[in-house]
Design a protein around this ligand. Sequence first.
Ligand SMILES: [Fe+2]
Length: 508
Amino acid sequence: MTNIHNNHLSSFSRRDALALAGAASFVFASAHLGLSSAFAGYSHRQQALNIRLPDQLASQNPIIEGKLPASLRGTYYKNGPALRQGFSRSYKHWFDGDGFIQAFRFNGSNMQHHGQFVHTEKYNAENDAGDYFFDTFSHNWVDSAVARSSDEINVANTNIVHHGDRLMALWEAGSAWQINQENLDSIAKVKWHDDLATAPFSAHPHIDDDGSLWNFGQVPWSQKMILYHINPDGRLNKYNLLDMPNTSMIHDFAITKNFLILLLPPLTWELDRAKNNASFLNAHQWHEDRPVEILIVDKNDLSVLRRHHIPTAFHFHIGSAFEADDGTIELDLCHYKNADIVFNLHLNKGEKNLALPPMNPHHNRVTLSPNRNDGKVTRIHNYANEFPRTASVADSHRSQHSWSIGIDTETGLFRYALGVNLETGKVDQYDYGADCLLEEHIFVADNDRPTMNGIIPGWLIGLHLDLLDGKTKLAVLDAYDLVAGPQAMVTLPYGLPPGLHGNFVSAA
Ligand SMILES: [Fe+2]
């Protein structure tokens, strides 16, 4: 293992790592708000959006309409926040539930589904107590337990990534949790290095051409960011610690051939707010008058090479990134005019016919020239969409296509599967209907067919909750002919709460 011991890293030691955990304890222990479990009304739609799950779920014989592709073989792993069956308390914010891992296992003709909560420290402690009592991303209980480190409130609920023969459930502010690939049992937290125990390892790592993995972790209470480079075998290669005086809420980042690209929105974590009993989310302040700062980091030594600024905006997800020979960088991303969306992602609002707040993120391209410190922002198309995915096996190739889910701007529901030609802006769309709530759709390559003219053949697969019958369904579509509709639809015998991210692991 090679650590980059340069000026600002050399001071980061085991002692500092422990100090980070202690500081986290102070922040979370000092933050308390009044109990709010406000949701009322029990329309069918609302019941569907307040699904609670037992520790494990399994279905042996889901209903399959149409025909699953014979070459679709492997497992679609999926993660997302879920509320616990048997608990009386509830969270309103989408991001607060405990991580529930699902496996959709395809054998070329059939599919089986099973799922299980991640048995984090928080999960086990609250399981013993019979209800929620730890603080979460957006919520503090009046009688919250004192968390001694951010890992005590780690819900491991945001993404699930396979790398280095390790399946990892990921959250924003704590350790990765290793999951058993077969039975989904929680194995242990991943410790990359003694000095990095309990350090945040974010939920959107990126796998490079050589099979190595890059990631970041934000430590707002210490105003630091950790950058990670993990070898293809899953062992830490190097890490670095950046000073981050105005710590922003960063969800995703991008990699190109030579760079890591980090977008810092003007949504900053404020110690004074945290000291004043705000939840972690509400300790953030939006600065309308500040630009987005973009850091271009050198992969070689994990130092900041360039800084750019673009007008005020907020981004959850970056679709793809490409670096030209002259160092010009292009990103495509889902672009919000401000961060209101983060504060309003409530699934249990108690408002009829509204699942999510109206939102209209634009699919934009940001172009960053090495000779300038600003950036050019252009619109790719006019469909409101989120959860962008690409077909590239690695993130450092220029992507020709992007897939995402489109938003019904009247209701806030994710309703459409979208395929976007990134060169022309042309959009291919399938409309699931007004009574469906889609989840992320991902591209799965068809390994039995060759790549033609740079086009990787494959499918788009994704879940949706049918709000009329309360069942969760998985659709398989031709990735390049979405308008034709699903070629197969699998209906589970139960409804699942809307999840976040997942990835497909092809059968060996
Ligand atoms: Fe995400």
